[in-house]
Ligand binder design. Structure first.
Ligand SMILES: Cc1ncc(C[n+]2csc(CCOP(=O)(O)OP(=O)(O)O)c2C)c(N)n1
Length: 187
């Protein structure tokens, strides 16, 4: 499974959700499928997309929040998982696209390539629902079940280490920041 295929498969479900991604390849891929005002791409801050999602989920319990993360980013801030578990926002689905590499900066292997299990780590941190997906069917099922479960879920989707052909988009950081803020305050 590639990440862009997985994103395309669930893209229609994202229309009314609040979406936060980590930077780099996943942000470029989601923008390539189609940017929406409810999408925020957290630049630079590896490991903090789940923390931003947590803040939004706690402040807006009536909204469903989805975070798209990367294995390298999660590994850089494993404490983010314990904080998620501690506050247990029932309206947050945390998707980790695990390509076993730091793809956006050249593809150096991460610790998941030597067996570290992020779903197991999330469960041990106290995340109440965790899932592993290696196929598109697994992934779309796990995503739909997580939305229906109304509880904090981390889904670790194993994806190929391939990314977009270009990372530069025509959406500026500030434009995304103000548009997303306006979206959240109006809805
Ligand atoms: C704190 C920090 N260190 C390093 C970087 C440089 N950097 C940008 S993207 C990236 C790799 C991200 O890896 P992962 O989350 O696994 O996503 P992937 O690129 O594989 O899609 C790195 C190291 C950064 N943005 N922030």
């Amino acid at each position: 499974m590639t990440r862009v295929e997985a994103l395309r498969a669930i893209y229609p479900r994202l229309e009314d959700l609040v979406v936060v991604t980590i930077m780099g390849a996943v942000a470029a891929e989601l923008q390539g499928i189609g940017h929406r005002p409810n999408f925020f791409y957290l630049q630079h801050a590896m490991g903090l997309a789940s923390s931003m999602g947590l803040g939004i989920a706690l402040a807006r319990p009536e909204r469903q929040v989805v975070v798209f993360d990367g294995d390298g980013s999660v590994l850089m801030n494993l404490g983010g998982l314990t904080t998620l578990a501690r506050y247990r926002p029932r309206n947050l689905v945390h998707v980790v696209f695990d390509n076993e590499s730091l793809l956006s900066v050249g593809g150096f292997p991460t610790a998941t390539s030597t067996g570290s299990d992020l779903a197991g780590i999330a469960a041990a941190a106290g995340v109440p629902r965790t899932a592993r997906a290696t196929t598109m069917d697994d992934f779309t099922r796990a995503f739909d079940e997580a939305l229906a479960a109304h509880d904090l879920t981390t889904i670790v989707a194993k994806v190929d280490a391939v990314g977009p052909s270009k990372f530069v988009t025509d959406l500026s950081l500030l434009e995304n920041r103000f548009e997303f803020q306006r979206y959240l305050t109006r809805r």
